[in-house]
Design a protein around this ligand. Structure first.
Ligand code: FAD
Length: 640
């Protein structure tokens, strides 16, 4: 019987990135006692790494922008597989969330007349990304933390305790969600969330949160891939926790490979080179010096992108009379183009292509608008980006797939379990536009907070935690100290094999036979993971932490591989060499992963048809490029 520290809250938010903090502000503002739990130090979430900006149609730089244009761009970016209601809420509410951030103290870069400045980004028709140089995420996190501190000060004034209604548990990892067994949770009955179990990273001591609502805001899954822009925390914990608790994941086949990660030196391979470099004028060239993106404009985007360098260059100063440069196509298009140039022998020495901003902008503009990039290349690669080109190539960056949620409340299928931010699925369809994540975090973080608050306030009784479930969670967490038999597997070795397999077999370009091989390898790795063994004890033991994270990475990787194998077409972040085109029969199909006794099961689910008033925002000629014939005859028969 191990000693377990116990806390009681109304809501537990797992994750202290943008989504988690915005959700916590909402639940606390509704008067609920809220715990924020995060794996790393408070303030060091993924969100802090965001560079380019936050997308919101404020229309400060081009007054033609509005939520409808933003909605259209988002749906196009996601190749119409997005949950359109989420895309609508996001486009409508993003400006309010940015202005709200200003009221919390955010200091954005300004236009000459003093409004929040907005920059160009791939797939966005107008300059739309509010930014702070190339350190926007840092300002976002700083501001949300500041707001939390101010709420804590209010609580101190009222209750004499800063942490009376909001407390942060940092360096604390959640390993299990607990569910009610008694049916005491009112109308929700048995099966509703009743709490979360975890451990303190430093001491290894166990901790139990007793709470009727849990908001997952755990971010992405990138650490299952070898080359990634993601940091150590992104092991798909929230995705796996949700799945094990009985929730469903959607769109897991869609993983975004950002076109521009560093490729050299090897130690920094994958680190992000922000899209702002291209948004601000940077261009991509191959080893022959050619701006190759003009060769890769897909049919569906032909009308909106320049077909000559002269027109593309004019666009920066006169966007109303010229079409945008093809370097600003959505990320999936640019990543595939780079991949192809390298494959056809026109790549750089280290297997990338060249990103040139040096010949395009004066040095002082580069250091002012892209200070982090300047610093990053100087320090890590000894490259001065004001004088030389950067070598770049695709890197695993973002997962579009995630917990299936109800759009307005962020509720999952499990009563009391909510999800927001990168861990939630649907909003971005098959591909996310740059800048649409930071706005997603704020819009749906707030909605998840409100959803959870409404849910808790409607409960007639608190759900209960079964002591045997807690004991079982503690035993499972300690498994790696007690391997089943003498066989011993090392978590670091297993992790590296997983990353290699996902990179090589379920990466940017996929093939059926390779994904089948990936599933065989995953099965083998899951078997070997039963025998993971770590030395020492529970006090700060990174090997043990990784052993626990690995279970999540293996489960989530299986979802990605299974869904990717089933979808026999190429769309957005899912590209198949053996099925290279977008197929009408997959247009309306979503793939849903659930966990059953037999492992991960993937089923097809029909996308809900778009509301007519939203559908009317698109020209029939455009819909014709995406929609299936029968769908078109159903919805737009008259106009077509
Ligand atoms: P995160 O910010 O990823 O936070 C997750 C939180 O969950 C962390 O606090 C972590 O500790 C915690 N956590 C995870 N697992 C557990 C667990 N088991 N127990 C307890 N806590 C846990 N998007 C844009 O829109 N614009 C940009 O300019 C942009 N630039 C980017 C640059 C980089 C380098 C990267 C990597 C991403 C960028 N993105 C950008 C994407 C965006 O930053 C992320 O999608 C977003 O920040 C995710 O936020 P989140 O709140 O969902 O989760």
């Amino acid at each position: 019987n191990v000693e377990i520290e116990r806390h009681e809250y109304d809501v537990v938010v797992i994750g202290a990135g943008g989504a988690g903090l915005r959700a916590a502000i909402e639940t606390r503002s509704a008067g609920l006692r809220t715990a924020v739990v995060c794996k790393s130090l408070f303030g060091k979430a993924h969100t802090v790494m965001a560079e380019g900006g936050i997308a919101a149609s404020m229309g400060n730089v081009n007054s033609r922008d509005d939520w409808q244009v933003h909605f259209r761009d988002t749906m196009r970016g996601g190749k119409f597989l997005n949950n359109w209601r989420m895309a609508e809420l996001h486009a409508r509410e993003a400006p309010q969330r940015v202005w709200e951030l200003e009221t919390y103290g955010a200091l954005f870069d300004r236009t000459p007349d003093g409004r929040i400045s907005q920059r160009n980004f791939g797939g966005h028709e107008y300059p739309r990304l509010a930014h702070v140089g190339d350190r926007t995420g840092l300002e976002l996190i700083r501001t949300l933390q500041q707001k939390i501190v101010s709420l804590q000060q209010e609580d101190h004034a009222e209750f004499g305790d800063y942490e009376a209604r909001i407390k942060v548990f940092q360096e604390c990892t959640v390993t299990e969600l607990l569910k009610d067994s008694s049916g005491a949770g009112g109308p929700q009955g048995a099966g509703a969330v009743s709490g979360a179990f975890g451990y303190w990273r430093e001491s290894g001591r166990y901790v139990l949160f007793d709470a009727p609502a849990v908001i997952l805001a755990t971010g992405g899954i990138g650490k299952s891939f070898k080359v990634t822009s993601n940091s150590w925390e992104y092991t798909g914990d929230g995705h796996a926790l949700a799945l094990r608790a009985g929730a469903s994941l959607i769109n897991m086949e869609f993983v975004q490979f950002h076109p521009t990660g560093m490729v050299w030196p090897p130690s920094v391979k994958g680190i992000l080179v922000t899209e702002s470099v291209r948004g601000d004028g940077g261009v991509l060239r191959n080893s022959e010096g050619r701006r190759f993106m003009f060769d890769y404009i897909p049919e569906v985007f032909k009308d909106n992108y320049a077909d000559s360098e002269a027109e593309a260059d004019r666009w920066y100063d006169d966007p109303d009379n010229n079409r945008r440069p093809p370097e600003l196509l959505p990320r999936d298009e640019v990543a595939r183009a780079i991949n192809n140039e390298v494959k056809e022998g026109r790549g750089s020495e280290h297997g990338g292509v060249f990103l040139d901003v040096a010949t395009r902008l004066p040095a002082e503009t580069i250091t002012k608008r892209l200070p982090s990039m300047h610093h990053q290349f100087k320090e890590l690669a000894d490259v001065d980006i004001t004088a030389e080109s950067m070598e770049v190539g695709p890197t695993c960056h973002y997962v579009m797939g995630g917990v299936e949620v109800e759009p307005d409340t962020a509720a999952s299928r499990v009563p009391g379990l909510f999800a927001a931010g990168e861990v939630a699925g649907g909003m971005h369809g098959s591909n996310r536009l740059g800048g649409n994540s930071l706005s997603d975090l704020l819009v749906f973080g707030r909605r998840a907070g409100a959803g959870a608050a409404g849910y808790v306030q409607g409960l007639s009784a608190r759900p209960s935690i079964r002591p045997s479930d807690v004991d079982a969670a503690a035993v499972r967490a300690a498994d790696p100290f007690n391997p089943v038999d003498g066989r011993s597997e090392n978590p670091y070795a297993l992790h590296s094999e997983l990353q290699q397999a996902m990179n090589d077999l379920v990466g940017i370009i996929r093939r059926g036979e390779e994904m089948r091989e990936a599933l065989d390898r995953l099965r083998e790795l899951v078997g070997r993971a039963e025998h993971l063994e770590v030395e020492g004890n529970r006090q700060f033991n990174p090997g043990w932490h990784l052993a626990i994270d690995l279970r999540n990475m293996l489960l989530v990787s299986e979802c990605v591989a299974r869904a990717a194998l089933l979808r026999t077409e190429s769309r957005g972040g899912h590209t198949r060499d053996d099925h290279p085109t977008m197929e009408a029969r997959w247009r309306r199909k979503l793939l849903v992963c659930r966990q059953s006794e037999n492992g991960v099961e993937v089923t097809e689910q029909q996308q809900v048809p778009m509301r007519p008033d939203l559908l009317e925002l698109f020209k029939p000629e455009e819909l014709r490029k995406y929609y299936a014939e029968d769908e078109l005859s159903d919805v737009h028969a008259k106009e077509l």
